[in-house]
Design a protein around this ligand. Structure first.
Ligand SMILES: Cc1cc2nc3c(=O)[nH]c(=O)nc-3n(C[C@H](O)[C@H](O)[C@H](O)COP(=O)(O)OP(=O)(O)OC[C@H]3O[C@@H](n4cnc5c(N)ncnc54)[C@H](O)[C@@H]3O)c2cc1C
Ligand code: SF4
Length: 339
């Protein structure tokens, strides 16, 4: 049995209190949302904070607000997102992304803040201490070499959050709070394509909320590939939000998940269909262009050439979904790996 190492636990009552505690030692303290990522990582000694600052008791983080759009506190759980009719009706893609994270138990604990800040994943890193020690560790923790690409100067661990690509496609922004103040950042700027420094925020900053703008006339959808439909991290995903005038696309955002160390915007694919009719031909052209953005490495489940092919398929299915095709049977097939 893997045991947690010793650590100090401090239960914050306000965001301000958590921010002051975090500022005391940002290099060695970590925030605890639901703990569904950070606690297993601590058991495997991938993350070794000396202090955990608990956010669960902070009421202001557990709020939904409907203003000019939708603001979710970072402490809102994924189950609460899935249970919310407004999310289901106005932001279908976000609802689908949240509903496909892990299992019901993990969604009951897992928070939006934790999902947005989820650690990147890799076959050589998500292992217990002894396993990692046997390969002399790797660059992301305790070692020097990247075993995925030994000449790589940076870690290539994979962004594995389901909601981040969808929030990015929806044009969301996050509010960051620290002891020295707060700031709002477009969510697209929260991420960097680096498996170790995958967040651009400072270590003393807390994600307090995420806001999705009101998007009248937009449709959104999320398509995810994973081994087990009942519970697994994504190995590829397509998050698409689009505004249509009839069958013409007037605006679109296509974001790929789990193919790099951050959610990847497929800008060329977006440009190809903006102003165009969503025909089978334009959809396939956009899917091919999106597939070019995906550079999966051999460090997650499934064979990488197949995963790259599947990115094209996911984008194609997602665009057909946005067009209004009946995609229920294909969704079932993807969930059951019957492709
Ligand atoms: C078996 C299994 C399957 C899983 N499958 C999926 C999956 O399919 N898709 C998926 O997306 N995830 C998956 N997860 C990961 C995880 O359960 C979810 O991502 C969950 O949403 C994480 O939220 P949390 O609150 O538990 O995060 P925590 O573990 O509490 O925190 C995760 C990270 O975020 C930081 N953090 C937490 N809150 C904040 C905040 N407010 N501001 C700044 N930083 C913060 C923490 O310090 C930590 O670095 C899975 C986990 C397991 C164990
Ligand atoms: S990509 Fe390389 S450095 Fe990063 S976790 Fe994997 S093996 Fe380690």
């Amino acid at each position: 049995m893997m045991r947690l190492p010793d650590f100090e636990y401090r239960a914050a009552r306000t965001v301000g209190e958590a921010a002051v505690w975090l500022a005391e030692d940002p290099a060695r303290a970590m925030l605890l949302g639901g703990g569904t990522d950070v606690l297993p990582n601590m058991k495997r000694r991938q993350q070794t904070p000396t202090t955990l600052i608990g956010l669960r008791g902070i009421r202001e983080l557990a709020t939904f607000a409907n203003g000019d759009g939708l603001t979710l506190g970072a402490g809102v759980t994924l189950s609460q997102v899935v249970a919310d009719q407004r999310v289901h009706d106005a932001y279908a893609g976000l609802w689908q992304a949240a509903a496909q994270v892990a299992t019901p138990h993990l969604r009951n604990m897992g928070t939006i803040g934790g999902n947005l800040c989820l650690d990147t994943r890799c076959t050589y890193y998500d292992q217990n201490y002894e396993w990692r020690k046997a390969i002399d560790f790797c660059m992301k923790k305790d070692g020097r070499t990247c075993w995925v690409a030994t000449s790589s100067p940076r870690c290539l661990a994979v962004s594995s959050t389901d909601t981040a690509p969808m929030f990015q496609a929806l044009g969301a922004s996050v509010t960051l709070v620290s002891a020295s103040g707060s700031r709002v950042l477009p969510l697209i700027d929260l991420y960097a394509n680096d498996g170790m420094q995958y967040l651009t925020k400072r270590r003393d900053e807390i994600v307090s909320s995420v806001t999705v703008p009101r998007l009248p006339g937009w449709r959104s959808t999320f398509w995810k590939l994973r081994r087990r439909g009942a519970f697994d991290f994504p190995v590829a995903a397509a998050a698409i939000a689009a505004r249509l005038d009839g069958s013409s696309v007037t605006d679109v955002r296509i974001v790929l998940g789990a193919v790099a160390s951050r959610p990847m915007q497929a800008s060329r694919a977006e440009a190809l269909i903006t102003g165009a009719e969503l025909t089978d031909e334009t959809i396939e052209a956009a899917a091919d262009a999106a597939g070019d953005v995906a550079k999966p490495m051999d460090n997650t489940d499934f064979e990488l050439v197949w995963r790259k092919k599947m990115v094209r398929r996911l984008v194609s299915y997602a665009l057909r979904d946005v067009r209004g095709d009946d995609m229920r049977a294909l969704r079932q097939k993807i969930a059951r790996q019957l492709l």
